[in-house]
Design a protein around this ligand. Structure first.
Ligand SMILES: [Zn+2]
Ligand SMILES: [Zn+2]
Length: 148
């Protein structure tokens, strides 16, 4: 049984068949790549410019330029000011969504949470007659993961 995977392009709404989970259609993707190439060429031709100068000079939407910055495409390049605050603590970073410390912390929390969920679930399954419902245990697990 094969389910035909089709999807509406998140940008132009046209229906397309995603190959590996893309959210936009090949046409929109090609347009993106063209813009990204324009941005890269602009940085190459104008060493030492700031992000704003890049956005204004290249005519490429700031959204795309910032996405490229967050993907780390300008690391070690001559683009100045490619800095923005960590989404969690506000520390200035140059790539990704979080600073190294927050990314670490979030990863650890997610692991603790998963571990707590697993042990609670196991215990809940072991003593189903202990009085607590399964969802009580879920909330306990979430609380203990949060308070640690
Ligand atoms: Zn599209
Ligand atoms: Zn942070």
């Amino acid at each position: 049984m094969t389910k035909l995977n089709i999807r509406n392009c998140a940008r132009c709404k046209r229906i397309f068949v995603p190959v590996s989970g893309e959210k936009i259609c090949p046409d929109c993707r090609a347009a993106d790549i063209e813009l990204e190439e324009r941005v890269k060429a602009y940085v190459r031709d104008h060493p030492g410019i700031t992000v704003n100068q890049l956005i204004e000079g290249s005519g490429v939407p700031g959204k795309i330029v910032w996405r490229m910055i967050m993907q780390g495409q300008f690391e070690n390049s001559s683009l100045r000011d490619a800095k923005y605050p960590c989404a969690n603590c506000g520390k200035i970073i140059t790539r990704g969504t979080y600073c190294v410390e927050c990314a670490d912390k979030l990863k650890t929390n997610a692991q603790k949470f998963a571990a707590a969920m697993n042990s609670k679930r196991k215990r809940a399954a072991e003593k189903e007659s202990s009085g607590k419902t399964f969802s009580d245990s879920m909330y306990d697990a979430m609380d203990s993961a949060r308070n640690r």
